[in-house]
Design a protein around this ligand. Sequence first.
Ligand code: FES
Ligand code: FES
Length: 208
Amino acid sequence: MKDDNAPKADPSSGLTRRDFMKISGIGAALPLVIGPTVVRAAGEDIEVHGPGKVPVALNVNGKKLTADLEPRVTLLDALRDNFDLTGAKRVCDRGTCGACTVLMEGQPVYACMVLAIEAQGKKITTIEGLTEGDTLTPVMQAFVEHDAQQCGFCTPGFVIATTHFLQEHPNATENDVRRGLSGNFCRCGTYDGIRAVALAKKASGGTA
Ligand code: FES
Ligand code: FES
């Protein structure tokens, strides 16, 4: 029976329907290719990456890190699974809890909501990059002194967020702190301690 929905060859192209079907079959059987394909859509050339692995280079904590990753891989998964930087935690994996907070170009971002491929060319700082060696930063030290963690799972994200917040708002009030850190959740409920950290470091002027 004739299939009216079957792909038809363009008569002006010189291709027979059989040629067209052969070419389509070859395309479907190609191995996953590294490197972008350029397609033309709405008058523009658009690079299409994947679905196979593509080379990705990231600038993390001042180091160039490279890996072959599928374009769907998030910055969070790349950091944790490919580069062994496990300070940023995966909790919700949907941009609501802040456990995965890192700095990108100096701004806090949820690493689970950024694709590794789109983080290329940006300066990424993780909790591991805030310190040199084993010396805690003043904000980290204040988390210890104010007992601002229990299980500690949310703490790296909170430390990144608090450090950035205090750099941007050195004269923050308690309400400012509440609002400024509202993008991070703590299931253990250590909010009082974390606010105390922010207010203490604000008072001492030390954020680094
Ligand atoms: S794991 Fe990224 S916001 Fe929760
Ligand atoms: S200390 Fe446990 S989730 Fe915050």
